[in-house]
Design a binder for this molecule. Structure first.
Ligand SMILES: Cc1cc2nc3c(=O)[nH]c(=O)nc-3n(C[C@H](O)[C@H](O)[C@H](O)COP(=O)(O)OP(=O)(O)OC[C@H]3O[C@@H](n4cnc5c(N)ncnc54)[C@H](O)[C@@H]3O)c2cc1C
Length: 419
């Protein structure tokens, strides 16, 4: 076996999309290496919904059961305009195997995927950072730093991650699932263009005695979009879009420590703020908030890579696209991309399919993302569309917890056609 074949696919990034890519490849018998510059999976719920299509993908790998057991079923997406309930979409009408979305913390999804990889004999190489890539005709060469904690500082000693040693690795293909600051995308020189202005949200996660009866509630209030997601075990998440983002908005980075950060990092986001947001935007939420577990402000950019890769280096997930948080579209579309890439790569590696069979991957997902980001196509009102749906149609699209055919199906239920 030549050296370059020891790893057939190097996956850079062990977020949910990278972990799922590695798993899909491993299930197809592809030799895979997965690295991440951080020291463990993320510690918070972040993207907290799995769309029906994602549940099907997990089931195809035989790993849906554990996740289903630990998630909360969401059967309806209800829309409020101001304080009035305006309409709803029911997953059951999409007709798939899973007539619901599943609310499940991203941290849980990541650890289940990591466990599954371990069972298949693949260990995530944490503390390994890809620093450079170069593509040849037959392979990609990657430079990887193994990180360790080092002491530095003079007046005040601090520790930070430093390179312990630098390694060189070769793989037939590289998948960049390395998030929005992707080194893989940058090394390919692919532009990451803004689709529109960024949006900031105040996010509150809490325990309450509420009963949402298996639905997510999306609230359009003035110019803001807001969402209330139920989570398993009596927890909930309100995300309120900020009209005037403060200076403390968190750059988009995932935390790995399970310490409470609400009071420490965002002292201005308190339980009183949660109460004030609820009174102003959703006074119908009159349940008792028992404990505020987590609060933060976070900024969401809306971006799309000019292309999803080329030749032997390909992108999936946040490395290729960013959107707002409400519909969970970034993560779920990322899982679809991961599966699609794994199928195509294994066809090339195992069945002799041509290298250019990957070109269709970029076209497919660029097209879908252009729609989701309002850069082409979108939702148009049919004769049955109610006034609120006509008025809010551009805001509705990123809030629908689905992509592809399911999104079209759900939108039809309020008289909007996906074009
Ligand atoms: C604070 C916050 C709140 C969020 N809230 C929501 C929400 O409410 N709803 C929603 O839908 N989405 C939300 N998201 C977004 C969601 O978490 C992402 O869409 C999802 O994580 C994308 O997964 P990914 O695997 O593509 O990328 P990521 O999860 O970003 O994973 C990328 C991984 O690559 C690693 N990496 C980066 N560079 C390198 C390198 N050079 N070498 C090795 N490893 C590298 C990183 O350490 C990281 O683990 C939120 C994100 C954040 C940060």
């Amino acid at each position: 076996m030549s050296r370059k074949h020891e790893t057939e696919v190097l996956v850079v990034g062990a977020g949910p999309v990278g972990l799922f890519t590695a798993l899909c490849l491993a299930y197809r018998g592809v030799r895979v290496q997965i690295i991440d510059e951080e020291f463990r999976t993320s510690a918070h719920s972040y993207a907290l919904v799995l769309h029906p299509r994602s549940l099907e993908l997990l089931e195809d790998l035989g790993i849906a059961t554990d996740i289903l057991r630990q998630g909360y079923r969401v059967e309806t997406a209800a829309f409020y305009r101001g304080q009035e309930r305006a309409g709803e979409m029911r997953f059951a009408e999409c007709g798939g195997k899973f007539p619901y979305a599943l609310a499940v913390p991203q941290s849980l999804l990541e650890s289940l995927l990591e466990d599954q990889l371990r069972l298949m004999g693949i260990k995530v190489q944490w503390n390994h950072r890809a620093t450079a890539l170069s593509m040849a005709d037959t392979h990609v060469a990657a430079t990887i730093d193994k990180l360790t904690r080092g002491s530095c500082g003079y007046a005040v000693a601090t520790t930070e991650w430093v390179a312990e040693k630098t390694m060189h690795s070769e793989a037939a293909f590289v998948v960049g699932a390395d998030g929005h600051r992707s080194i893989v995308r940058k090394s390919l020189g692919i532009e990451y263009e803004a689709a529109s202005d960024s949006e900031s949200f105040a996010v509150f996660e809490f325990q309450a005695d509420a009963d949402l009866e298996y639905e997510v509630r999306i609230v359009f209030d003035g110019n803001t979009s807001n969402v209330l997601w139920p989570l398993p075990f009596g927890r909930f998440r309100w995300s309120f879009q900020l009209e005037h983002p403060g200076s403390k908005v968190e750059p988009r980075s995932k935390r790995r420590l399970t310490v409470p950060i609400g009071r420490q990092v965002f002292p201005h986001l308190t339980r009183d703020d949660l109460t004030a947001f609820i009174q102003a935007r959703a006074p119908w939420f009159d349940w008792d908030v028992q404990q505020l577990d987590w609060a933060m402000e976070v900024r969401f950019d809306r971006r799309l890579a000019r292309q999803f890769g080329r030749n032997r280096c390909w992108l999936a997930g946040d490395s290729a696209h960013l959107t707002g948080p409400i519909g969970g579209q970034s993560l779920n579309m990322g899982l679809r991309e991961a599966c699609d890439l794994a199928v195509t790569l294994s066809a090339i590696l195992r069945d002799g399919a041509p290298l250019d069979s990957l070109d269709g991957y970029s076209e497919r997902y660029s097209g879908e993302w252009r729609k989701l980001l309002g850069l082409g196509g979108g939702l148009t009102p049919s004769d049955q569309a109610q006034t609120w749906a006509k008025d809010c149609r551009t805001r509705i699209l990123p809030c629908i917890p689905a992509t592809g055919d399911d999104l079209a199906n759900l939108a039809m239920q309020i008289g909007l056609t996906s074009v």
